[in-house]
Ligand binder design. Sequence first.
Ligand code: DC
Length: 206
Amino acid sequence: MIIALDGPAASGKGTLAKKLAAHYGLGHLDTGALYRAVARDMIDAGKALDDEEAAAGIAQQIDPASLEDPELRTAETGAAASHVAKLKSVRAALVNYQRKFAERPGGAIVEGRDIGTVVCPGADVKIFIEASTKVRAERRHKELVEAGQDISYDEIHAQIAARDELDRSRTISPLVPAADALLLDTSDLGIEAAFKVAIELIETNR
Ligand code: DC
């Protein structure tokens, strides 16, 4: 079974994807980490974020072991990721990586922005997670403060709003629910409640 889980920044899809992967015994791919890894490597190499040739070269050689790097989780890397994510050849290289992962025996849960629309249009179940900007900013702020980062709520709110705008307005693979995606709004749901609803959606639609 392939489950596509899409949604905006800090919608809770990462936590939900991990829980669903454990529940169903599926492989799990956080595709945002791939874009973040390209952004991190571009910054480390001193390249401009719109240098498409350099970014495509990096995207073709992603090291899966480097996807656990805590540096990927910073707000700066997230913001830089939404810039490299606009580049056509970066997306082509990473989509290739994602499709290979999704086709593994036993299936996978793949989370991102364009999984239901572009990466796995034939996924067995597509879920699109939503949550208000305020709720997402509160969640992400708490997460970063707990991880020891010194950043204000207002700054996070502005960053999330800016990333939404970039993700939704880009020409290639914008953040948009697939026509056959099931919508799950987690604004008023804790993680356990969201998990329960997701299981119900999957069981009814798989
Ligand atoms: O989910 P995230 O915050 O880790 O994603 C980081 C950035 O990567 C996000 O701004 C948009 C981009 N992204 C994308 O364009 N397509 C995906 N499938 C996943 C992430």
